[in-house]
Ligand binder design. Structure first.
Ligand SMILES: NC(=O)c1ccc[n+]([C@@H]2O[C@H](COP(=O)([O-])OP(=O)(O)OC[C@H]3O[C@@H](n4cnc5c(N)ncnc54)[C@H](OP(=O)(O)O)[C@@H]3O)[C@@H](O)[C@H]2O)c1
Length: 330
């Protein structure tokens, strides 16, 4: 079968697209015919070696997938051949990735996909959607009527957080790097959009949320705690989930005097059962159109290297080349 893989960490060009042996399926796994995958920033960190993980060799890149079940292992009861499935959590922690024509994955990491939801949408939403759900509801405990701020409302995570927070009845404030992206953020449900390349985020936030924001979801890899804590409401929460190398200054006094909270999380640290519950709710929202996948572009799987280059340019270099996800199809 065809797959996109590396033999050792390196630049995007180190991804080869060639034939590999068919995956071997164990008794707790399902064999999936992959119909769509998407790229996440973590894929690029693992591929480059920036995030060191034990990798099988060859290592097939990619976390997210959507496809059809071809076979089920003897211990698997929840799926049958022909089922439409989707999920994430592959290509991590020693697991083989998803950028291949067929993949064998533990059944606990696969979720049923309603007929109304396309494979491309499911692949685009998998990691970022589960991240948004975990962060908003399990970590931040977002309540209807609260005010939430997230930079990058048209980004992978941002577009999911904006939609789910808005659906939940929060007032959502976000940022965008261009008027076109700002328009997209409003379509997704943002109440206020700050054009961060032209406007001061601090001044704009003080104008649109004079009492402060209840939840500050930081997506930037270099958080500015002076800015965030200055803009939090008393007893506000800040979510951290990006910027592994960041070592910013932290204004201790303003933080505790305001009685704020700081929570960090990583989606792949959540148990499979918790992620499955998030995925089930997300699939329902996608099926009835309450949330939508934000796909910037579609590429063939053979262009996995180019997809990694674009994703890193967007997330690591902040070049604003994407507005949403890159989806690839075998
Ligand atoms: N902890 C976890 O479980 C977890 C899960 C998923 C992702 N992450 C991390 O979260 C981060 C975001 O991921 P993603 O998939 O959303 O990436 P992405 O799709 O590349 O989005 C990045 C966003 O950041 C915005 N941005 C860049 N520089 C900015 C600035 N100076 N001010 C305001 N906005 C700025 C961009 O907005 P414009 O295009 O408008 O400029 C873009 O929307 C990554 O570091 C990723 O590794 C962590």
């Amino acid at each position: 079968m065809k797959a996109a893989f590396i033999h050792q960490p390196g630049p995007p060009e180190s991804i080869q697209y060639a034939c590999l042996p068919e995956p071997e399926m164990s008794s707790n796994q399902i064999l999936v015919e992959v119909m769509a995958v998407s790229v996440n920033p973590i894929d690029t960190y693992i591929r480059s070696g920036k995030v060191a993980m034990d990798l099988p060799s060859p290592f097939i890149v990619g976390c997210d997938f959507a496809g059809r079940v071809l076979q089920v292992g003897s211990q698997v009861t929840q799926f049958k051949p022909g089922d439409r499935v989707w999920g994430s959590n592959q290509g991590l922690l020693g697991r083989q990735g998803t950028f291949a024509e067929r993949i064998a994955i533990d059944a606990q990491w696969a979720y049923k996909l309603p007929d109304e939801v396309s494979f491309e949408s499911a692949a685009a939403v998998a990691l970022v959607g589960i991240t948004a759900h975990l962060g908003l509801f399990a970590e931040a405990g977002l309540q209807a009527g609260q005010t939430l701020f997230i930079p990058g409302g048209s980004g992978g995570v941002g577009s999911m957080v904006v939609q789910m927070a808005s659906l939940h009845g929060a007032k959502v404030i976000t940022t965008a790097g261009s008027p076109g992206k700002a328009e997209r953020c409003r379509e997704l449900g943002a109440d206020e959009v700050i054009l961060y390349r032209e406007q001061s985020v601090e001044d704009s936030l003080k104008q649109v949320a004079p009492q402060g924001v209840d939840v500050w979801w930081e997506t930037l890899r270099e958080p500015d705690f002076d800015l965030a804590i200055g803009c939090l409401a008393p007893r506000g929460s800040m979510i951290l989930m990006a910027g592994r190398e960041a070592r910013p200054c932290f204004p201790v006094g303003p933080f505790y005097v305001k009685q704020c909270q700081l929570r960090g999380f990583v989606m792949f640290g959540a148990p499979a059962s918790q992620q499955a519950a998030c995925a089930s709710e997300i699939a329902g929202w996608l099926a009835d159109g309450r949330i939508t996948a934000c796909i910037d572009r579609r590429l063939p799987l053979s262009e996995a290297g180019e997809a990694h280059r674009l994703q890193a340019e967007n997330t690591v270099e902040g070049r604003g080349v994407l507005a949403g996800k890159i989806v690839l199809t075998p």
